[in-house]
Design a protein. Structure first.
Length: 258
């Protein structure tokens, strides 16, 4: 396999940022592939989904061993997200002119909107969580709301590769405001693995995954995530998240106008 140095370097940078902030790589990797490397949007999304499934598996294993995963919540989200992701890809492939490969405008607009939503979730996450806790002291939600949330994430992730991280965590803060933050993050991460895997395999079956690109990204990102996670305690979160959110706003606006 031929490894592209520039793509591996990009994978390292994105991996380091993910390790530092915990923000899903889809928010960074997919727009980087589209805008910097000129990768077709469908291929960028499909490849990034499998990249996310692989890189998130290690984090899920760690959280699960520490008891930070609420498998009931993860299961409810998956009931909604997995079939929705598959149906979304089939619908786009069936009805978009030229199939999934011809839906570049739809994908870039969806990606841009997802990035804007993610930036808002990053900036206002603590405020939103405090609001949810103050307005729902019992922290009991009907299971159907979790399933509907999963459906929304399944649609967004399958078409843009963004949403399983910051947006998923923010939604769970609203649905389960009394659940400890570590269990929120762990449950969302555990849900992201099957969702990105199913959506990524769907893209592969429809011909929008570049395996050589995936290999180049993994070569750089795995050590990047390792290094970033070890440096995370030394970099103030109050600076990182606003800076990252501002960058996502700029990139999201650029993609919508792309």
């Amino acid at each position: 396999m031929v490894v592209d140095f520039a793509q591996s370097l990009s994978g390292f940078v994105v991996g380091a940022i993910v390790g530092l902030t915990g923000v899903g790589g889809g928010s960074l990797m997919t727009p980087l592939l589209v805008l910097l490397f000129g990768i077709h949007p469908a291929t960028a999304v499909g490849t990034d989904l499998l990249y996310a499934a692989i890189t998130k598996s290690g984090g899920t294993f760690v959280h699960a061993r520490k008891g930070h995963v609420n498998w009931r919540i993860t299961g409810l989200l998956a009931i909604g997200s997995l079939p929705t992701a598959a149906l979304t890809l089939l619908a786009v492939h069936q009805y978009a002119p030229g199939g999934l490969g011809g839906a570049s405008k739809v994908i870039t607009v969806a990606l841009g909107c997802a990035l804007l939503l993610t930036s808002g979730a990053l900036i206002f996450r603590n405020h939103l969580r405090q609001f949810a806790q103050s307005h729902d002291p019992e922290s009991v939600r009907h299971p159907s709301l979790s399933i509907v949330t999963g459906m929304a994430l399944g649609f967004l992730v399958s078409i843009s590769s963004v949403g399983a991280g910051a947006l998923g965590v923010t939604a769970l803060f609203f649905l389960y405001p009394k659940l400890p933050a570590l269990r929120i993050v762990g449950s969302d991460l555990a849900h992201a693995v099957p969702l990105t895997l199913v959506a990524g395999l769907g893209h592969w079956l429809l011909g929008s995954v570049d395996w050589y690109l995936l290999g180049s990204l993994l070569v750089g990102s795995l050590p990047g995530i390792y290094i970033g996670s070890h440096l995370s305690s030394r970099v103030p979160d109050r600076f990182l998240r606003p800076a990252l959110a501002g960058m996502l706003v700029l990139v999201g606006g650029r993609l919508i106008a792309f």
